[in-house]
Design a protein around this ligand. Structure first.
Ligand code: MN
Ligand code: MN
Length: 322
């Protein structure tokens, strides 16, 4: 399977990378009513929304910054040689329009957008947005049954509620997803968990439903290759979602996020963990919690889009085979 040249990104050989209107990876931008939507296999989508944020806000500004930083990405992987944009048709499908004043309305709008992608047979790669973004995306993707998930994060995001009963925050999306039957907890692995805690309520829930939590001390002791072999074994061959909170990475490398935790992986390991997912049956992925107001150097956004390119380099070959 090869892609239609219409869907190839603009090359820096043809137009300097600082020029032009920035789209994700310099891909063509299509609206959902574009007749060419039927030809798209991987859709990059922005969700500029952070109404689930409980601490320092800013990920609503993520998609615009990530589009700009993504103009730095070239067409070929530096290690594997994979050229994802020539394997399947990829496009920038624009942003979901959230309602920043109404969480439930925003959740509905996001799910409605992704329902249309599912109907069109498009695998979404999302740029958030805070981590609550993953819940409405999963509601659209898990229509045929619960999914597995590989989740990179400092935090489990499995808390029951905040502020005495608020159920929808960026600390609760995967608790709701398990309750709603969107995730099969036995096929969920959370990697990189660390930092000070409110209490152990989230970890106790993980244990009670069989979610595998790999805390950071185990990650560093075992190393990327061993940990990711276990992750692949946990999710198996059935449909699996990939969710990547940029605060998984050490704040030295990714300071631009709302809830940083020290002692994390470096930027090389941040890429490597995704490369180790080659062959996994990924039906969608996201990169969340990039907060440009805290990203003075722009390094966080550049790392995030570099990780998104790693995601494309495992998703495209898988889709091209299927
Ligand atoms: Mn998170
Ligand atoms: Mn986090």
């Amino acid at each position: 399977m090869t892609s239609d040249p219409f869907f190839h990104p603009v090359s820096g050989f043809d137009l300097p990378r600082f020029a032009g209107v920035p789209t994700f990876m310099r891909l063509p931008h299509l609206g959902l009513d574009d007749p060419r939507l039927a030809d798209v296999r991987i859709g990059l989508v922005g969700v500029p929304w952070d109404s689930g944020t409980t601490n320092r806000p800013g990920p609503r500004h993520g998609p615009r910054q990530l589009r700009d930083a993504s103009t730095m990405i070239r067409a070929q992987h530096g290690v594997t040689g994979v050229r994802p944009f020539e394997m399947v048709n990829c496009a920038d499908l624009g942003d979901v329009g959230p309602n920043p004043a109404d969480i439930q309305d925003s959740l509905s709008r996001i799910t409605a957008f992704y329902d249309r992608l599912v109907q069109a047979g498009i695998t979404p790669l999302t740029a958030g947005g805070d981590h609550l973004t993953s819940l409405p995306v999963l509601r659209a993707l898990a229509k045929s049954g619960p999914l597995g998930m590989v989740h990179f994060d400092s935090h489990t995001d499995l808390f029951h509620s905040y502020f005495g009963g608020t159920m929808y925050t960026h600390g609760t999306p995967f608790r709701r997803a398990v309750e709603e039957g969107l995730l099969d907890p036995k096929r969920v692995v959370q990697i990189g968990i660390r930092g000070t805690a409110y209490d152990s309520e989230d970890r106790d829930f993980a244990d009670s439903v069989g979610i595998r939590v790999i805390p950071i001390e185990e990650f560093h002791a075992r190393g990327v290759t061993d940990v990711m072999a276990e992750a692949r074994q946990i999710v198996g061959t059935a449909p699996t979602y990939l969710s990547y909170d940029i605060d998984f990475v050490d704040p030295t490398f990714a300071p631009g996020t709302g809830t940083p935790e020290v002692g994390g992986p470096n930027s090389y390991q941040a890429l490597q963990v995704v490369r180790e997912l080659a062959g996994v049956n990924l039906i969608g992925a996201d990169m969340v919690e990039v907060s440009p107001p805290f990203d003075a150097s722009g390094n966080t956004a550049f790392l995030a889009v570099s990780i998104m390119f790693e995601m494309l380099c495992v998703m495209a070959p898988q889709l091209a085979r299927g």
